[in-house]
Design a protein around this ligand. Sequence first.
Ligand code: ATP
Length: 301
Amino acid sequence: LAQLFRPLDMLGMVYREIKQGLVDMEQMFKLVDTQAEIADAPDAVPLVLRGGNVRFAGVDFSYEPRRQILHDVSFDIAPGRKLAVVGHSGAGKSTLSRILYRFYDIAGGHVTIDGQDIRKVTQSSLRRAIGIVPQDTVLFNDTIGYNIGYGRAGATQAEIEAAAREASIHDFIVSLPDGYATPVGERGLKLSGGEKQRVAIARTILKDPAILILDEATSALDSATEAEIQDALHNVAERRTTLVIAHRLSTVTDADEIVVMDAGRIVERGTHAELMALTGLYASMWALQQAEAEGEMVAVK
Ligand code: ATP
């Protein structure tokens, strides 16, 4: 009976968290089969990773039949490289990450990982290969140690602590009276947005995926927290193929390639320097964000 109640209890909790708007795609998939229509192909085989090359080729996509969201989107992320996607709200940035994780199937084109079409591999192997650091992270009503260890079944305390160190949250945790045994979530300690994001980063470090999706939080964090998060993100992105959905252009100037999206199309692409030289949409978004940042500094003074 206990075996039956535990998942039910988890479902109830996940439902409550989703209601509160704390949606974590990765956990939603594990716990609630919301996308039943996406099924494994009858002859699906496990994904074979060879470095983690991610390729979108001529991708067309619609959530609903009469409104096309992505138009002919193509990009290639070489193993271990970082591609950043920027663009105004609603341009289609997060849609790319949902497609890579196969939340939805595309209407035209191909998405491949190391040359294998993601529709032809098992979803379990696909999702094992990809780690997501979402904007908002679901926390379980359990200890903070459990919440990090969730990244990989069977992780030892030493591995959990090493991941927490890399995610710059270990010092915070040991400063709590009960350390790693401190309960968090609805009935325990409430974590700030930045702390929650570092828990998500530590989880992902434990999961150790070849491919990483970073969905940057839209809400600005204070600059000290922001710097810590950027450090932690830098650690987790190293040596992994990374797709960053970025809202602040200043955080992705080091990306190997930046694609600029507008209304579901890639309108510019290149490095930060190349895009600035184009004096197009990227350069105007950059100028706007710089002006906003300066405005904030004046307001603080
Ligand atoms: P933001 O920067 O605000 O997060 P975004 O560039 O990530 O925006 P997406 O979330 O990819 O934008 O959304 C692209 C478009 O798809 C939007 O016009 C949005 O209204 C639409 N859309 C997103 N999710 C759904 C959905 N589940 N069903 C129908 N339309 C959707």
